[in-house]
Design a binder for this molecule. Structure first.
Ligand code: PHE
Length: 361
């Protein structure tokens, strides 16, 4: 009998030792010391024994039950602790990870936005403010106030998108250049005026270097005794800063715009080598902008006395500058919203251009 009990104890203890979770352990407990468990059944046999037998078996069975109970509780504690450790490990939060890591890492600033930020930083450093106006313009601001005579071919020159005539006969246009904001600024501000006007512009045109919507930045300076020397210096400083080069060669070619007199188109010196343009050196020329001294009629239309004040203005194609500086070959891709293109040509959102921190570093 006691040999059987010894084997039973051995078996139970090793089952308890090997129980790998709390459910298995509970099953063993019920089977061993539950109400109908093996040991409880054995206890019940005590009643049928002689007093002598009971005196001997009682303590043996009680001792056995005690040891099994204790082994069960020891094992239970170990399993509980193991389960807790597994859970702690699984639910661990690494607070050292940067929050919202991905948007900063994945997002890109479009080259057009980048170039606008660069231009703003350069002119901001020279004391220029930023102005803007509506994309949908009246014929007056887009043409008439800028000294385009009625029926003048220059109006056609712009490949204008005209909107349907309104009931009162007025016909709005998608602005063909940022120059209308010259007038809007003169109407609002007193000289001295120093502003740049970056924004969207529209012309009915589409090929590798033209899209129906494109971007320009207008520059306008008005004050007493403003002359072409100021214009030339400003554009030279701008080109050096923008292309991040120490010296630049500019060529001013006589041209025509109704709103400037005299008018000049400006070319920048460059070389074309292995299909790549290098700005600032070499014997080739690349046209980059239109400019001139503000026409007296335009000053008058803006409410400024041309006998007292003079000014200069210029207009640059932003997309073209972006293509030149960052080597993108096809303008149409700028507006395809292709994420792979953005990954390649875009800029990291926290690399904000500034004159002290660097423009495109
Ligand atoms: N508005 C002109 C254009 O779009 C550029 C320009 C602006 C020329 C200012 C002279 C002065 O072609």
């Amino acid at each position: 009998m006691s040999e059987d009990l010894a084997i039973l104890e051995q078996n139970l203890l090793s089952e308890i030792q090997n129980a790998s979770d709390e459910n298995t352990l509970e099953d063993i407990r019920i089977r061993a010391i539950g109400k109908k468990g093996i040991l409880s059944e054995k206890m019940k046999t005590l009643g049928k024994m002689t007093p002598e037998e009971r005196k001997e078996m009682g303590p043996i069975l009680n001792g056995l039950k005690g040891r099994i109970t204790e082994a069960l509780s020891t094992r239970k504690h170990i399993l509980e602790e193991e389960a807790l450790n597994v859970r702690l490990l699984r639910e661990k939060v690494d607070v050292t990870l940067p929050p919202r890591f991905d948007p900063i890492n994945e997002g890109r600033i479009h080259p057009v936005s980048q170039v606008i930020d660069e231009i703003t930083a350069i002119f901001g450093d020279m004391g220029f403010g930023v102005a803007d106006g509506p994309d949908l313009e009246t014929d007056y601001y887009n043409f008439t106030a800028l000294n385009f005579p009625e029926g003048h071919p220059a109006r056609e020159m712009h490949d204008t998108f005209f909107l349907k005539e309104k009931e009162d006969g007025e016909r709005l246009v998608l602005r063909t250049h940022t120059s209308p904001v010259q007038i809007r600024t003169m109407e609002k501000e007193e000289p001295p005026i120093r502003v740049i006007i970056p924004g969207r512009t529209y012309r009915c045109d589409s090929d590798q270097t033209h899209t129906p919507m494109f971007h320009q930045v207008e520059g306008l300076v008005i004050g007493e005794d403003i002359h072409m020397g100021h214009l030339k210096w400003t554009l030279e400083e701008f080109c050096k800063a923008f292309f991040e080069i120490l010296s630049v060669k500019l060529r001013f070619r006589p041209s025509f715009f109704p709103f400037t007199e005299p008018s000049m188109e400006v070319d920048v010196g460059c070389t074309f080598a292995q299909g790549e343009v290098k700005i600032g050196e070499g014997d080739d020329w690349m046209e980059i902008l239109g400019s001139g001294m503000v026409h007296p009629n335009v000053l008058k239309n803006g409410g400024i006395d041309p006998d007292k004040y003079s000014g200069f203005a210029f207009g640059v194609g932003i997309d073209r500058l972006a293509m030149l500086k960052y080597g993108a070959p096809d303008l149409r891709a700028f507006f395809d919203a292709d994420y792979r293109w953005m990954k390649h040509y875009g800029f990291r959102p926290l690399d904000i251009p500034s004159m002290v921190g660097g423009l495109s570093s």
